[in-house]
Design a protein. Structure first.
Length: 196
């Protein structure tokens, strides 16, 4: 399976605005983007490092706290990656938390194909102590991010241990990180609406 850029929904590829204010997410829920807090809309459309933006907005250091960081065999295909069931991938789950307030601003789930990354990057990700964007910026690794999905949950989905760190309405965005012309990582970031 070859994954092409633009195969998925092209949310905000060239602009931070769309006249389609109401989107229907994969969960079947409708979300009026115009009603979301402005900074949260900004986080959904940006292709930069979320941790850095959260630090500037909340004006405190934001730490990455790993909840899961394991090299595993995929049990299913992952939307957005050239990977199939049985392939090995690094599975990461983290919270982004204010160092002073202890408030959880976001949670993220990532699937990383280490074969597409330089060894030193893969090793650093394996420790689970640094955010992906921060690591790439610090190492000067050239990447391209492609947003391919936005989801809305009017209440926290049951049975998802990662999302137990959040409450109320949740908005998520899914994007690919391309390295050397191949989709190497898929990230899904979850934001609690009431936090913003």
């Amino acid at each position: 399976m070859t994954v092409e850029k633009s195969t998925y929904k092209s949310y905000f590829r060239s602009h931070g605005y769309t006249s389609d204010e109401i989107i229907t997410s994969d969960s079947g829920e409708s979300c009026d983007l115009s009603k979301l807090p402005p900074f949260l809309r900004t986080l959904l459309v940006m292709d930069g490092t979320v941790t850095k933006a959260l630090e500037a907005w909340f004006w405190e250091p934001v730490k990455v706290y790993p909840l899961k960081n394991a090299l595993t065999e995929l049990t299913e295909t992952v939307e957005g990656l050239n990977a199939k069931k049985g392939d090995k991938a690094l599975q990461r789950e983290v919270t982004l938390q204010g160092d002073n307030s202890n408030k959880v601003f976001a949670c993220a789930r990532s699937t990383v194909l280490l074969d597409y990354l330089p060894d030193e990057i893969g090793e650093a990700l394996g420790t689970g102590k640094i955010g992906i964007g921060e690591l790439f910026r610090n190492k000067g690794l050239e990447t391209y991010r492609e947003l391919f999905n936005i989801n809305y949950f009017p209440k926290r989905p049951e049975g998802d241990a990662l999302l137990e760190n959040l409450s109320g309405e949740i908005v998520s965005r899914s994007y690919q990180i391309w390295v050397n012309g191949s989709p190497a990582i898929v990230v899904v970031e979850y934001f609690p609406v009431d936090c913003f």
